[in-house]
Design a protein around this ligand. Structure first.
Ligand SMILES: CC(C)(COP(=O)(O)OP(=O)(O)OC[C@H]1O[C@@H](n2cnc3c(N)ncnc32)[C@H](O)[C@@H]1OP(=O)(O)O)[C@@H](O)C(=O)NCCC(=O)NCCS
Length: 335
């Protein structure tokens, strides 16, 4: 018994925010953002929309695409760093909105690597025979948590809101060369770099109160990032990890039909392609349109690639991600 991706869906909030819109708020420029990141625009939610709302829309589409009834879903794995509330996990809110009944719900906190961590967990639950259909969703509302003043411009220009979902289902494999299945996943982390990209507050590790006026004044409730260090580690770890998982799967990089990388920075993805000798035309990017939607970038990219006819049934997909923690991961699957 193996697992495969049987359905894909995504949802982006309708409001488009261009780099020119950000120029009005953050003392930045379209030229700087495009040159350094490749981002042209991103989506932001309205005030009444939360992470579980975006996840709901993406999940409904993935369930339809998988041609299953929602009552067949055994488990939700929800990857997000921007939950509706600190607790309970956003997966419980999504389960209720979908009306799924008392199925297993697991929220995971691996930031930009969250989707691939979730894929690996889903793969294990399916291979063990415990579950048949798992809803894996990555969803983020960043826009409500960004410093939209010049102080926050180094981080604020990078992130967008969105959700992507897949259904991971069980299948009996007789032909690995043609049948859809997940071949391998590899997951890593190094907490020595936890404070290179993090949200310091609210915090139980910074004094008597989780939140104070001082923390607010210092902007510690906004993400803090050492961009250069993230960039250096991301290119190294993504390329090493992907090469390893492709080899473990019995293939070479040239055998991979399409690369779905996490979308943090176009330059990171082009550098990974260069380090691995990958033809850039095989790397499918969406960052120009949606920015970095963290745990949602890979399923959103997969959905876009399918809709554009770039990703077709039977293709071999190579995927890699890197994010806060630091965490990183890679996977190879046949779609
Ligand atoms: C953030 C990132 C785009 C910055 O690019 P960079 O080339 O490293 O730029 P630097 O941080 O060295 O900043 C260069 C200059 O631009 C300025 N700058 C920073 N953000 C800016 C912005 N939004 N608009 C205009 N100027 C900006 C800096 O203040 C600095 O000015 P200075 O030279 O006068 O001091 C890049 O480091 C990056 O993408 N890192 C990875 C981030 C990431 O992937 N995060 C998510 C991980 S999943």
């Amino acid at each position: 018994m193996r697992s495969y991706i049987s359905g894909v869906g995504s949802f982006l909030p309708p409001k488009v925010v261009t780099n020119f819109d950000l120029e009005e708020m953050m003392n930045t420029s379209d030229e700087w953002i495009q040159q350094r990141t490749g981002i042209v625009q991103r989506r932001w939610v309205d005030e009444n929309t939360s992470t579980s709302d975006l996840a709901y829309e993406a999940s409904i589409k993935a369930i339809e695409n998988a041609k299953i009834d929602k009552s067949e879903i055994d488990m939700i794995i929800f990857a997000t760093l921007s939950p509706d509330h600190d607790f309970p996990g956003t997966g419980c809110f999504l389960q209720h909105k979908l009306g799924l009944g008392e199925v297993t719900v697991l929220d995971i906190r691996q930031q930009c690597s969250g989707f691939l961590y979730g894929l690996s967990i889903a793969d294990k639950f399916i291979r063990s025979g415990e579950h048949k259909h798992i809803l894996l969703v990555g969803a983020e509302v960043h826009s409500k948590g960004l410093d939209k003043t010049p102080r926050g411009r180094d981080v604020g220009v990078l992130f967008g809101d969105g959700a992507g979902a897949v259904i991971v289902s069980s299948t009996a494999i007789t032909d690995t060369e043609t049948q859809a299945h997940i071949l391998n996943t590899a997951l890593y982390a190094d907490g020595a770099h936890a404070k290179e990209l993090w949200l310091p507050a609210p915090s139980n590790a910074m004094g008597a109160e989780r939140m104070s006026q001082k923390m607010l004044d210092e902007g510690l409730h906004y993400p803090q990032m050492n961009g250069r260090n993230v960039f250096i580690h991301a290119t190294k770890k993504m390329s090493e990890c992907l090469a390893g998982v492709v080899t473990k799967s019995g293939y070479q990089l040239k055998d991979i039909d399409i690369f779905l990388f996490h979308q943090a920075n176009m330059r990171i993805n082009m550098k990974v392609a260069e380090l691995l000798g990958i033809d850039e035309s095989k790397v499918f990017n969406t960052i120009q349109d949606f920015g970095n939607t963290t745990a949602a970038t890979i399923p959103i990219g997969m959905d876009c690639a399918i809709k554009k006819g770039v990703l077709k049934k039977g293709m071999l997909v190579g995927s890699a991600a890197f994010g806060a923690g630091f965490t990183w991961a890679a996977s190879v699957w046949r779609y």
